[in-house]
Ligand binder design. Structure first.
Ligand SMILES: [Ca+2]
Ligand SMILES: [Ca+2]
Length: 185
């Protein structure tokens, strides 16, 4: 029926549908987006691995101050390079269909720059720096004060780091924060 033959078998599409928040049709739309980033590569290898700078060409990622970090978190090689499956996973988690707690879990990983499963002072400083942009230099004292304020609010057990459950209080208080990571397919 369709003019273009799909690069995917029915079985593959069923699997992707089961593993993501997407319908088969949306999986194909996600693949078109992935392909548009590097048509020459993805044209003959549907699951080709694209370099980080190619993936960041996706406007939604380019516009997000955490775009690079998002790719790193979803990259199966952990360097930001993404196969289609990495990309599909990322699009699925940040789609409007994914539940808020799943999104929050991944935002937590994005913010956990050093990967120790806690958001420490260093992580939060980096998050703030990403949010305000590299051009805007934040006075060191202001930055310290802001970090202090955040920890005062949500570091309930006073251990100097935010666990996921402490972080969830932040996302409950400001749902817009997680919405910043919504990507429309
Ligand atoms: Ca950390
Ligand atoms: Ca804590």
């Amino acid at each position: 029926m369709g003019q273009k033959s799909s690069q995917f078998s029915a079985e593959e599409l069923n699997d992707y549908q089961d593993l993501t928040y997407f319908t088969k049709k949306e999986v194909l739309i996600a693949h078109e987006k992935f392909k548009s980033l590097a048509p020459e590569k993805v044209g003959h290898n549907k699951n080709a691995k694209l370099a980080l700078n190619k993936v960041l060409k996706l406007p939604e990622l380019a516009a997000n101050p955490f775009g690079e970090r998002m790719c790193q978190v979803f990259s199966s090689s952990q360097d930001g390079d993404c196969t289609f499956e990495d990309f599909l996973d990322m699009m699925s988690v940040f789609s409007s269909m994914a539940p808020a707690d799943v999104k929050a879990e991944h935002v937590f990983r994005i913010f956990d720059f050093d990967g120790d499963d806690m958001l420490g002072v260093g992580d939060i400083k980096k998050v703030i720096q990403c949010l305000i942009g590299e051009q805007n230099v934040f006075n060191d004292n202001d930055l310290k004060r802001l970090v202090h304020k955040i920890f005062e609010e949500v570091d309930f057990d006073d251990d100097g780091a935010l666990s996921f459950s402490e972080f969830e209080h932040v996302t409950d208080m400001c749902p817009d924060f997680v919405k910043m990571f919504n990507i429309k397919l």
